[in-house]
Design a protein around this ligand. Sequence first.
Ligand code: ADP
Ligand code: ASP
Ligand code: MG
Length: 812
Amino acid sequence: MKFGGSSLASAEKFNHVVALIEQQQQPVAAVFSAPQGITNDLVTLIELINQQQNLTSQLDLISQKLLTISADCVALRADFDSSKSQQQTAGLLDQLRHLAQGCELIGFCPEITAAQILSSGEKFSTLLMATLLRTKSPVTVLDPRLFIHTDSDVNDTVADLPRCQQEFNKHYQAITDISVMPGFYGVNHSGDLVTLGRNGSDYSAAILAVCVDAESCEIWTDVDGIYSVDPHLVPETQLIEQMSYQEAMELSYFGAKILHPKTITPLANQQIKCVIKNTHNPDHHGTTITTETAKHKAVKAISNLSDVVMINVSGPGMKGMVGMAARVFATMSEAQISVILISQSSSEYSISFCVPGDEATKAVRRLEKTFKLELKNGLLEPIQRRNNLAIITLIGDQMHQQKGTASRFFSALSHARVNIIAIAQDSSERSISAVVRAKRVDDAVVICHQQLFLKKPRIDAFLIGCGTVGRELIAQIKKQQEWLQQKNIELNLIGIANSRQCLLEADGVDLEHWQEQLTDSETSFSLSKLADFVRTAHITNPVIIDCTSNQGIAMDYLSYLEHNFHVVTANKKANTDTLSYYHQLHQMAAKRQRRFLYETNVGAGLPVIDNLQSLLRAGDELIQFEGILSGSLSYIFGEIHQGLSLSEATKKARDLGYTEPNPAEDLNGMDVARKVLVIAREAGMALELNDVDLQAVVPPALAEITDGDAFMQQLPAYDQEFQQKIDQAENQQQKLRYVAIIKNGKCAVKIQAVDKTHPLYDIEAGENALAINTQYYQPKPFIIRGYGAGAEVTAAGLFGDMLRTLAWEQEY
Ligand code: ADP
Ligand code: ASP
Ligand code: MG
């Protein structure tokens, strides 16, 4: 049984571990790490020594932590010999102080002394555990210095297992009752104490398991077992109940901290079962590692290894030269640097490989020495290093039997907009790795987990503006939760903002009580705040949904796209700003592979833009367009032909809430002009808003009134003049329609009289209609007709656009 630092963080935890050991069938051996955080504190102490700084406070901190744990044990076990324990701790701390002071005098910490300092935590844990256990049973303390022999003189190397077994047998023969041993260290050829590397107590346990020919080696930690990914990064991950030695080896090798990478090899050689168990949940069966694997899943796990540097050796001298690779890697091996991953281009012009970040400088220096001549003669280019990288790896024994894993892996990475720097797959196809920038590796793990395990596409939506349309959209999101679940889509509303406040919730805002929560929120909203939030919460598919008509927000779309948000908008201000901004938005969306969707800009929920885009993609061309694009004007013009005057019809529409609070904003035709401009630009026409030939329904003097009530008061004065137009049309069996037209490269918006044969003759009562003539649709246009305004249809359009963000790969 090996207990990690997380199982030994306090006196209570020590006591809990004592109970776990006592419950075991004997003989049992237990290996201990340092109490949580102590090794890090010792590392800091060594750094302070090397920086020639004052050590007092760091030494005090360590003393205080260890003395507290051992003193607290008194209260937990009545029969515990506290004076002995305090004495032992004090002795250990004295030794530590002496070592540190010795180093202080010489101004640095030699490696051998560093190893002694670092091992203090494990020694403490073991002494304390032995004292605690002895209250009930006899305990043997095993000294790793007597038998854990490593195969070289440096820290962090491998154990010489046959020798370990031999020495163990010499000193201990078999174990009886309870044996305890400090993890993390052994001795080198010269008999000096050396560490097995950070996290090395797992390895100590494996070595001991081999020496005593254990039935199993249990690694007791703070999680229920090995998960598909680090559960601290992705809480909804799945526990792996059974995995093979090979899989566990790859997983730990590629960074999963749960196991030290060297742990598995000795166990696999002796076929000793390894079980990962949770100290805080001992009844859970944990993960069992044997020769068997659960076969139903190809990709078992994803791990990530941070702080990696990629070194590149390249130059004309590489080509066709036999032995270049051998020299590169021999140099690494002589320098005792482990090479994590290799990739070579088929032109043989370069070899790239990854090494741990802290070895990179040494690696480059040694290569420069090896290839001194080649570098001097220009046969090699200067050795390059690329810092701050990480490796993400998929692991699974069954991967070779499944096609498409790599493709899903890389597509997931590209979905998260993570750039792949290098790729490597082992030939047994048990693991496949990609080198990425360290900054993005957490996002990469999250999205790969989503796409390879949950297989649940996810949208994280942020809503700006919660007027009638925004509110309706939230209601639809709530209403559709069940449907989304059936379709296996996770639609998460991560935030809502109005012009003053903002609500942010990574797990999704409460769709029931969002209104109260938003009112209570004291956070204001800004792009940078949202971008920070998305980054820290590792949200990989964020979408902003703009339900405002705000110019400022529309001008932020470019930055949103640049920050990898999809943009879904009902706001027409962006698409009808300058043509250059319109192009910039589309280019940025393409560059970032994000979607910029605005189906609701024209005809609310009617499928206008998407249809038009599909036709144009299929080589069609817009020849002519005619349409009624304003629901309010459609209603007003319908009423006019029912006998109402212009002002009466407008009042009726206004009372029903079909117009803007100030109907001048409808009757000035601007909104229609914007819509027709969006269509024209979609069809590839290079037009600006003031190129649209706009004739308002009412004369400028009326159209420019800014107050709704004042406008309504003055409108009747225009009735008579307008009535003449109506009469004239009706006399010729025509009806007046407020239409938008695209013809001969020009846009116009005006009142037009249409007769019975015209597609827009029947359109009234708030409907929109669009008659689109294209190369493919002529002479008869293709017609889209239906309610083109209203909260429900607009929200439905936004909902549709939101779902389309999932298929961003299809955007061209
Ligand atoms: P200990 O102190 O017991 O040695 P560690 O912190 O070294 O514990 O290792 C346990 C931690 O490993 C877990 O808390 C978890 O965050 C991390 N971890 C990384 N990858 C995985 C994984 N795939 N499954 C489970 N835990 C993992
Ligand atoms: N205490 C050591 C470390 O923190 C060894 C271990 O915990 O496995 O690295
Ligand atoms: Mg550990």
